[in-house]
Design a protein around this ligand. Sequence first.
Ligand SMILES: Nc1nc2c(ncn2[C@@H]2O[C@H](COP(=O)(O)OP(=O)(O)OP(=O)(O)O)[C@@H](O)[C@H]2O)c(=O)[nH]1
Ligand SMILES: [Mg+2]
Length: 685
Amino acid sequence: MKEYSMKKLRNLMLMGSSGSGKTILAEQIFYLSKSTNRLGKIDEGNTVMDFDPEETAKKMSLGLSIGYANFNDHKLNILDAPGYPDFVGDAIVALPAVENVVIVANATGGFEVGLELALEQVDGKKKGKVILVNRMDNEHADYDKTLEAIHENTGINPVKVHIPIGKEGSFEGVVDVIRQKAIKSGVESDVPANMTDAVEEARLHLMEAVAETSEELLNEFLENMELPQDKLIAGLRSAIAIGEVVPAFVCSAGTGVGVQAFMQAVIDYLPSPEDCANMELLEGDAPKSFVASANGELLGYIFKLYADPSMGDFAYVRMFSGSLKTGTEFYTPEKEAKDKAGNMYFMLGKNRHDCSEIRAGEIGALVKLKNAKVMNSIVAPNARHAMMPTDVPTATTWQAIKAVNQSDEDKIGSSLQRVIAEDPTIRYELNAETHENVLSGMGDQQLQLVLKKLKNRYKVEAELKAPRIQYKETITASAESNYKHKKQSGGRGQYGDVYFRIKPTERGEGFQFINAIVGGVIPSNFVPAIEKGLVETMEKGIIAGYQVVDVSVEVYYGSYHDVDSSEMAFKIASSMALKEGFKKCKPILLEPIHNLVIIVPGEYMGDVMGDISTRRGRIMGMEQRGKKQYLSAQMPVAEMYSYFPALKSFTQGRGRFTQEFSHYERVPEEITQKVVAAWQDNDVQ
Ligand SMILES: Nc1nc2c(ncn2[C@@H]2O[C@H](COP(=O)(O)OP(=O)(O)OP(=O)(O)O)[C@@H](O)[C@H]2O)c(=O)[nH]1
Ligand SMILES: [Mg+2]
């Protein structure tokens, strides 16, 4: 395996809407660079990047894959991210691993949802952003229109570096406006006569855009209305590296036209790891500057886990600085743990190529790491800095998961942990109150895929259902109650007798127990049993099977029997006294309310606001950012669980939201009645 200096590497992540052609573009790049000797097809299920059986079945990418191409003495590392919005987490987590994000736009697609989502993820990031307009061979393909749609809908103004020669069926090559050459099938020739004006105009525009990023270049440009080619290229590379100029290219990944020219442009114009060597890390809470270099201090980042059923977990890693060799010990600050690099590989889809070193700037894979996981940093054993943490979006979809067969109940936990470790936007937790295992993530397709992986890889069949709402029970009035538990049916009897004052407390106070027994009317050794009876009953719920909260119970009187009283008898008496008293205290249900930030294009605001009020939601504020409205609202979880599909349907897929728990609030009367009735119907007590 050839070794490359940081200067000779280019790391690219392909993002964009589903179907824009990212996987086929990667396939062409591998083929044209002779990394592979045949061109795979999506329909034939034989591409390098979509190797997972679920991907070949669905004919789309479902997880991020990596590959590389050696081309003209350089190495391009390619990350192919899935475009379907449910799977956006992979790209978000992998963003820190690359200098360049290539946004693949469909030349016939207009401003597609996946394109919008991809642009949103890179918005404002100091990172190379490149627009590659693909499918130029398709009917109605239009380079200018596609770029305009991006400009119109975002703050990004792509600057053409390549322009197409011909379109649709006669799309046959591109012109590089910097070098002013036509490139067809990798062969250069003069710019066609009918394109010289367009090329000149694009070149002027490009020079202007680059000049605006540097005072020195601007002065030179204003003086001569021209920039020398070497300065233009160096300026362009620097401006791209910090995301200030977004260059545009065009190709047909399907036919291959323009792809080789794009690969050359990547080498000529896009930043290398060396161009992005100045990094900002975090040590404790403080930012820290770091300069990456080939022989410098160790720094790497794990951007993806792939759970191979037979080989174990592959951790895809980007090295920024220093060199990771087989046997290198390193520290993972996020886990506060040491680890050791064992076998390592360069990956081309699922194909592993052994190596013994992953150098600065490179991307490779490690196996059998003990502690380090996705989104973790790799640093020198004595270092304590880490990569800036990545913000993973909050869930928008929730489902309770359980094994179809009781016998798989034990197995499901460990298999599930491995499957979901691949996607950091999926979370899994046992809800202690509803006793359900709840999976949450970014969409239905994503959670369905979890089921498929469980079945195919681990032979565990599981099913999803809507999760129970975590209501709570409480009271709004005070009352007294007493209960005497007395049984004398042969042998030793049972006797416990308690008097309670039951009162509501402030919201959030939970449970308060007050022992006000005087004169030993109940011996003190039975008092813990009384409290236990209360706690257990409150856990189980009284009117609807949900945890009781914000109640104070004072035991102020009672009686006992020398022989028949026992802890058990007092526990039963206590539980019964609470149940009876609770019902006299005007009980109500509380429900969780979440804060939502709903992000939608302005034109959908009316629909979104109307819908929020039908969901018992409250609008708390709104803010316009660019073309988007950011709407703050509060919504009961009972409505939020089903909100995402609705939001998507009336915003043509363009609406999304983030959420977090806010507080508990009283459930309206008619809903309370329904919940109580449903519980009584199912009550098996
Ligand atoms: N005609 C034509 N078809 C293309 C082109 N690029 C991709 N396709 C086809 O479009 C379909 C989708 O291509 P993919 O490469 O799977 O698209 P993707 O962007 O990877 O999609 P996701 O993995 O879902 O994000 C496939 O059938 C490709 O063969 C192109 O340039 N021209
Ligand atoms: Mg794909």
